[in-house]
Design a protein around this ligand. Structure first.
Ligand code: B16
Ligand code: MG
Length: 217
C-alpha cells in the first residue's frame, strides 16, 4: 500500500459526531417550510456548505423564499446549531481519532483539517485538538465547497505536500469526490453504499486504526 506524508481530516462525522446537530438544526428550519426533513435527506447535506444546504432544503420543500430572508435563515440555523454544540468537549472526540493524531505526530506525518464548516476552529478548540493541526482550511477560507477539490488542495499546498502523497479521511460522498478530484487517496468512513469512488472504506474510524493505519503512513 502507498505510504502518505500528509493526512487531511474532515471534521463533522469524522472527528466528532456533529452531523446529528446539523440535522436537528436544519430539521427545525425545514419545519418552518412545512417540510419534514428526514435522515435520508440529511445524507445529501453532509459536507455541503451552509448556504448550499439551505438551497437544497428549499428545493426539497418545493419552497421559494424572498432573497432578503435567505441570510436570516442561515443565521438562525447557525444559532440553533451553536446552541446544540455548546457543551461539546474532548469526551466527544470519536473513538480512534486521538490515537491516530498521536501516531501521525510520531511518524512526522503532516496533519491538516479540510472542512466545509465555518465553525471548525471553534469546534477543534472545544475538543482540545487545535495544536495537532498544521493547517485548518474551513468554510471561511474556500470559495468553492465540496465536491470541488479546493478545500483539500489548499490544505496540501499550505502543508507543502504533493496531492498524491496526501490521504483524506471523509464521511460524506461529496467529500470523497472532492478528495479524488484533488488527486489524493480517499478513505471513506461509513456505509460503502453511500460512496462512489473511494479508495478504501471502513465502517468507523476505530476499525481503520485496528487494521490498516500502519500500512497507510
Ligand atoms: P457550518 P464537514 C460540514 O462539515 C457538514 O458536514 C455540513 O453538514 C455543514 O453544512 C457544513 O459543514 C457547514 O457547516 O454551518 O458549521 O458552516 O463535514 O465538511 O466537516
Ligand atoms: Mg463530514
Amino acid at each position: 500500500m502507498k505510504k502518505h506524508d500528509c493526512a487531511l481530516f474532515d471534521l463533522d462525522g469524522v472527528i466528532v459526531d456533529t452531523a446529528k446537530f446539523h440535522f436537528l438544526a436544519w430539521k427545525k428550519i425545514a419545519s418552518t417550510f412545512n417540510y419534514d426533513l428526514t435522515s435520508n435527506d440529511n445524507e445529501q447535506l453532509k459536507g455541503i456548505s451552509r448556504s448550499d444546504s439551505l438551497q437544497i432544503i428549499l428545493k426539497m420543500a418545493n419552497t421559494v423564499i424572498e432573497p432578503s430572508k435567505f441570510e436570516k435563515y442561515l443565521a438562525q440555523k447557525n444559532l440553533d446549531y451553536l446552541d446544540f454544540i455548546k457543551d461539546l468537549g474532548p469526551e466527544d472526540i470519536l473513538p480512534g481519532i486521538f490515537e491516530t493524531l498521536i501516531f501521525l505526530n510520531k511518524r512526522k506525518v503532516k496533519i491538516g483539517l479540510g472542512s466545509a464548516s465555518k465553525n471548525a476552529e471553534v469546534i477543534l478548540s472545544k475538543l482540545g485538538l487545535t495544536s495537532f493541526f498544521g493547517i485548518v482550511i474551513d468554510g471561511n477560507k474556500v470559495n468553492k465547497s465540496k465536491p470541488h477539490p479546493e478545500v483539500f488542495l489548499r490544505g496540501s499546498s499550505a502543508l507543502g505536500v504533493a496531492p498524491e502523497k496526501c490521504l483524506v479521511f471523509e464521511d460524506s460522498a461529496s467529500g470523497i469526490i472532492s478528495a479524488k478530484a484533488a488527486g489524493m487517496t480517499a478513505v471513506a468512513i461509513g456505509d460503502p453504499d453511500k460512496f462512489l469512488n473511494e479508495d478504501f472504506c471502513y465502517p468507523d474510524f476505530m476499525s481503520l486504526v485496528q487494521n490498516d493505519l500502519d500500512k497507510l503512513f
